[in-house]
Design a protein around this ligand. Sequence first.
Ligand SMILES: NC(=O)c1ccc[n+]([C@@H]2O[C@H](COP(=O)([O-])OP(=O)(O)OC[C@H]3O[C@@H](n4cnc5c(N)ncnc54)[C@H](O)[C@@H]3O)[C@@H](O)[C@H]2O)c1
Length: 352
Amino acid sequence: MSKQQYGFAIIGAGVVGKTHAERLLSVEKGKLVVVCDTMAERAQEIADKYGCDWSDDLAQVLSRTDVDIVTICLPSGMHAKYTIEAARAGKHVITEKPIDITADNALKMIAACRQAGVKLAVISQHRLHPATQQLKQDIENGKFGKLIIGNGAINWYRPQEYYDSGAWRGTWEFDGGGALMNQGIHTVDVLQYLMGPVESVYAHCETLGHERIEVEDAAAATLRFRSGAIGTIVATTCAFPGLSTRIEIFGKDGSAVIDGEELVLRKLRSDLGEQSGNDISSFASVNKDTTTAADPTAIEGEGHIKQMNDMIAAIEEKREPIINGEEGYKPLEIILAIYESARTGRLVTLPH
Ligand SMILES: NC(=O)c1ccc[n+]([C@@H]2O[C@H](COP(=O)([O-])OP(=O)(O)OC[C@H]3O[C@@H](n4cnc5c(N)ncnc54)[C@H](O)[C@@H]3O)[C@@H](O)[C@H]2O)c1
């Protein structure tokens, strides 16, 4: 049944919790009713700014009848626990990425939401950028021909103070990984979304540029996609001062590069004809994106708004959200396979 307005609760009032509150202002049928954080002053600060209630008691928030949708903005290793609690309380859930940090937890949260009859969406806002959508459409329409190579690069910078700013950051228990699981997951997701499922990975992951972190700050993986195409993922948080992310797609009939959020190169044989194959005029592009590459609080784009609106539409249309639990699981599975390969020194085959 459609409602005039859907009540939202934000659980976790840190960096991304603030983004959710701000983005909700642009969600026509969404209303922020309460923000919850165990650090009450953080919840209070958002409540004061956006004119909603605050709480440090999750049970009380979940018992409210004016809350329809809960957004989980907690440390990554807590996503499953609180998603499952919210689902059992009958609330639809939008969780931040990664869906969780273990496959087991991710599958449990998918099952719990299904069992409770509530929707589960996982934030992956870069999938919805116009550049990604353009390439997705091109690939589906066969404009790139047979896919040959897909590369993703996340050359970001996080100073030691970033990791020191929260006890959970850089830990296996709550961050679940480093440059890949936290920063790189968006790019891993967009790459697999465009190139299709990954069949196997071989990787190195190291901690090379930071102290007092358990997880990797440098990762390099080679990929074989199920289609037969191959590719790479390189991720680091040591690349001072933080470069834009880059995705490169090469097919038999075309090449494309997304730099930051911008489609800086899209050359299709069907548009150019054979003779234009040597035109390199638009290849010279670096660092289009100075946002989250260097500043974790500068979360760009309208993807969050689109996914919040999509959740409301999914409820009303009785369909799955466009990035549901199963979709959110895909980049997690690839990253966990990369970690296993780095740990064992072996090629790891998916499904993992
Ligand atoms: N989509 C994006 O672009 C994006 C950007 C940043 C972060 N994230 C994701 O968002 C999540 C949170 O990251 P962050 O940078 O906002 O972290 P943060 O540390 O800034 O915020 C987390 C908040 O959760 C609170 N908290 C911890 N345990 C709690 C509990 N049991 N109940 C209520 N509150 C509790 C903490 O007090 C803190 O305020 C992570 O999973 C991260 O990967 C996504």
